[in-house]
Design a protein around this ligand. Structure first.
Ligand code: ZN
Length: 357
């Protein structure tokens, strides 16, 4: 299927003639090449590599340091596992490195981080993740919260740009983090189980608007740095808010990781218009994981369920069930689907199809 791009998508996915105006596409996940730009895979198991082959899939494998979550509390181990997964996947799972920002007040911090990141680039990393601890958790000796536009990061972002890597920014959180627990929110379970990140319980911490403004300041200050805002750039509940940032900052794109339900809960026509207007700026990502503690067969089953659900929502006009609600699929046009599921990843993440280790 090397020349799939030259084939009409309709042929590949079994589009049938229909009397209705919306395209009738089968909800079966087609075997066209796709890229999932947001995964966490630290178990180089043959079951996972078989999945990549079966689904004609590539993934970006993201390392992140989160001391509140045992699975993510050791960055070196993750990065070693990500390299192993990359090698075993025969290049189908390039990786995204990260760094520990907690020593930012120690002299030489920026230089040390740049040296570490350069090593990860030499080891095949094609992107660098920064995480919500910046802006939501880390505090200076004098009690100030470390914000993502702190000058200590300027040389680091510059170095990422010089090496033509992409900055992956998971900054701030969904609005649910700043509100009381609400069983109707797609993020209810996360904040119920992760009170450390439930900002409603920590009113002394920075406001979401303050964190996003600092993120925007990075975009403005580094216009040549490619930045992908993970999780719809934490503007999950309103595509118009994302659109406003995309209009202002040409170096900014977003991924859909773990936020497809947030899109499902917004008016279908508005979300569809957003995906069409910003068809070069949204990347398909899931946040699916495969940890050494998980049973690979079970994890892989979950991956397939999510991929099928998402395809149904983005590509068809069928009804998708979400928490008892019936959601109309977006039936995005064929060229938009191609960009969303693959071509944007190639442009925003150079090396995603060619990284070598
Ligand atoms: Zn993630």
């Amino acid at each position: 299927m090397k020349n799939w791009i030259a084939l009409p998508l309709a042929l590949l996915i079994g589009c049938s003639l229909s009397s209705s105006s919306a395209p009738a596409r089968k909800s079966v996940l087609p075997a066209l090449p796709r890229i999932d730009v947001h995964t966490h895979v630290f178990n180089p198991t043959p079951t996972f590599h078989a999945l990549l082959n079966r689904l004609n899939l590539r993934v970006l494998n993201i390392c992140v340091l989160d001391r509140h979550s045992p699975a993510y509390s050791n960055l070196e181990e993750q990065q070693a596992a990500a390299r192993a997964v990359f090698r075993a996947s025969k290049g189908r799972a390039p990786w995204c490195s990260s760094f520990d920002p907690s020593d930012w007040e120690i002299p030489g911090f920026s230089r040390n981080v740049i040296d570490q990141l350069n090593k990860t680039f030499d080891d095949g990393a094609i992107a660098v993740k920064i995480y919500k601890v910046i802006g939501m958790e880390l505090k200076s000796e004098t009690g100030q919260y470390l914000m993502p536009d702190d000058p200590v990061f300027i040389p680091i972002f510059k170095a990422i740009e010089v090496r033509n890597r992409t900055l992956y920014a998971h900054l701030a959180e969904p609005w649910s983090a700043w509100r009381p627990l609400d069983p109707a929110s797609p993020h209810y379970g996360y904040y119920k189980n992760n009170p450390d990140w439930h900002m409603y319980l920590h009113p002394e911490r920075p406001a979401k608007e303050t964190i996003l403004a600092a993120r925007d300041h990075i975009l403005e200050r580094h216009p040549k740095l490619r930045v992908v805002g993970a999780h719809l750039g934490s503007m999950e509940d309103n595509v118009d808010e994302i659109a406003q940032r995309l209009d202002l900052y040409p170096n900014f794109a977003v991924d859909t990781a773990a936020r497809v339900p947030d899109l499902m809960l917004q008016p279908t026509e508005r979300v569809r218009a957003f995906f069409i207007k910003y068809q070069d700026r949204v990347l398909y990502g899931t946040d699916l994981s495969l940890m050494p503690s998980q049973k690979p067969e079970e994890a892989v089953k979950e991956w397939e369920v999510i991929y099928a659900r998402d395809w149904k929502f983005f590509a068809t006009n069928e009804t998708v069930e979400y928490e008892g609600r019936k959601i109309q699929g977006l039936a995005l046009p064929e060229p938009v689907l191609r960009k969303f599921y693959r071509e944007n990843a190639i442009r925003w993440l150079p090396g995603i199809e060619s990284a070598k280790n």
